[in-house]
Write a protein that binds this ligand. Structure first.
Ligand SMILES: [Zn+2]
Length: 436
């Protein structure tokens, strides 16, 4: 299948249309989870400890944006609470003394069932994008939080989760991972299964290629062989080392393609074209690029989602230009141009940061992925390579670990260009070509 059609199966394309973006008073900057997957029943038994901080006013209601979790216990400081399921969330009412506290630790016991966002095979399980299907999210899924994940697994099962693996005593049935830096909730996740794992060093980083069930080490190595070169390319362009000491790519059945903090879940359908044509490496590049743009640097609002995806599509094209030549770069731009054309044909050509609702995923993708990538190319053409890449490095370095808006990119590019870029940004990003 032509990758131009394959690649639009990415699960993250659902982002934004279903996003909960409530202005919660309570925020959860830190989650700690203990998880026991049941591979026969396709469930995860969980205990969670959430650090909660409130806004300036006492707040007697706490919302968990996780309606599909079966919560069976909730407490704060030993005080039993009674969560109520109300439509799209769980509501926990707090007494006045708890409501007035600036910080609370909420303990939850719950069960998560297989479904969108929590996928089970016979001997593996993984999460993808819909974080609130397995983690009791507080606030927007654009919000950032740290995560400690402890997995209790059958003998012989391996794991992956956001952050770095924490060593446990020999013989422990538990495997633990810790993402210490706050990362967007949609990039937090875990996977477990009978893994085949191949590891190699790349500079001061370690790359892991991981497969489930019947994966062969030789096939993993062959499919992911260009990763070290990609890592060097993105590191150079970002002016920033990969944020974690290692990066894992988990190869799964199906067509998933999802960046998580410190790893990516990649479906075989997305990657296997590489066996026929080694230039079909876009999904490896796309998900690796997200370790900088989309995860470490993440959009502040869903209307700025193009800063995650447009930049990543562009950086995938830039990788291809460096590795496979100008024609490969142009081919990626042509695919993006066809994507953008869909929006034009539908008379729905919106500015990149347009805050309205899209009627379909296809049109949202056409703007955020395709037009976003073409805007980055237009910036490059306007500034010239030297100023463009200097501005891009400045944007990356000054926003690592932060949420961004278009103005952050504009500021970095203007400094590098030494001139005002408002007209260009107005044309592509802020103005409304077809006001609707
Ligand atoms: Zn993406």
């Amino acid at each position: 299948m032509h990758p131009g059609t394959t690649r639009f199966l990415l699960s993250l394309f659902t982002a934004g249309l279903f996003a909960v973006n409530c202005q919660a008073q309570w925020q959860a900057p830190a989650y700690e989870l203990w998880l026991r997957p049941d591979f026969d029943n396709q469930t995860v038994l969980a205990q969670a400890s959430l650090t909660l901080r409130r806004g300036p006013q006492p707040e007697a209601e706490l919302r968990l944006n996780a309606p599909d979790l079966e919560i069976h216990s909730a407490s704060i400081d030993g005080i039993t609470l009674s969560p109520e399921k109300l439509g799209g969330h769980w509501l926990i009412k707090l007494n006045p003394s708890l409501a007035a506290r600036l910080e609370l630790t909420l303990k939850l016991g719950y069960l998560a069932r297989a479904g969108e966002g929590l996928v089970f095979g016979s001997d593996y399980a993984y999460t993808a994008f819909h974080t609130c299907r397995w983690l009791p999210c507080v606030g927007s899924d654009l919000g950032r939080a740290s995560l400690r994940t402890t997995l209790e697994l059958p003998a012989g099962f391996g794991s992956l989760a956001s952050g770095v693996q924490v060593s446990m005593p020999p013989g422990s049935p538990q495997q633990q991972w810790f993402e210490a830096a706050p990362y967007p909730l949609y990039t937090l996740g875990f996977a477990a299964g009978r893994f085949t794992r191949v590891s190699q060093t790349a500079g001061d980083k370690t790359l892991h290629f991981v497969g489930v069930s019947d994966a062969s080490a030789a096939a993993l190595q062959a499919k992911f062989k260009t990763t070290p070169e990609m890592l060097a390319f993105f590191t150079d362009k970002a002016g920033l080392s990969l944020p974690h000491p290692s990066y894992s790519q988990l190869l799964l059945p199906g067509a998933v393609a999802q960046e998580m903090s410190s790893y990516a879940a990649i479906g075989r359908q997305m990657l296997d074209p590489i066996l026929d044509n080694e230039q079909e490496d876009w999904v490896i590049a796309h998900e690796l690029a997200h370790q900088w743009w989309g995860s470490w640097i993440s959009c502040e609002a869903w209307s700025e989602f193009w800063l995650n995806e447009g930049i990543t599509v562009f950086m995938t094209a830039a990788w291809k230009q460096q590795r496979w030549g100008q024609a490969a770069y142009q081919r990626e731009l042509d695919i993006a141009a066809r994507g953008w054309q869909r929006a034009k044909d539908a008379n729905f050509d919106k500015p990149l940061s347009w805050p309205g609702d899209y009627p379909s995923l296809s049109l949202k993708r056409a703007i955020h992925y395709s037009k976003g990538a073409l805007f980055m190319h237009a910036l490059r053409e306007d500034l010239g390579d030297e100023a463009f890449w200097a501005g891009f490095k400045r944007y990356s370095q000054s926003n690592a670990g932060r949420q961004v808006r278009a103005a952050d990119l504009q500021a970095a590019m203007e400094l590098a260009a030494g001139r005002n870029l408002q007209p260009l940004f107005d044309t592509w990003v802020y103005a409304a070509p077809n006001s609707q």
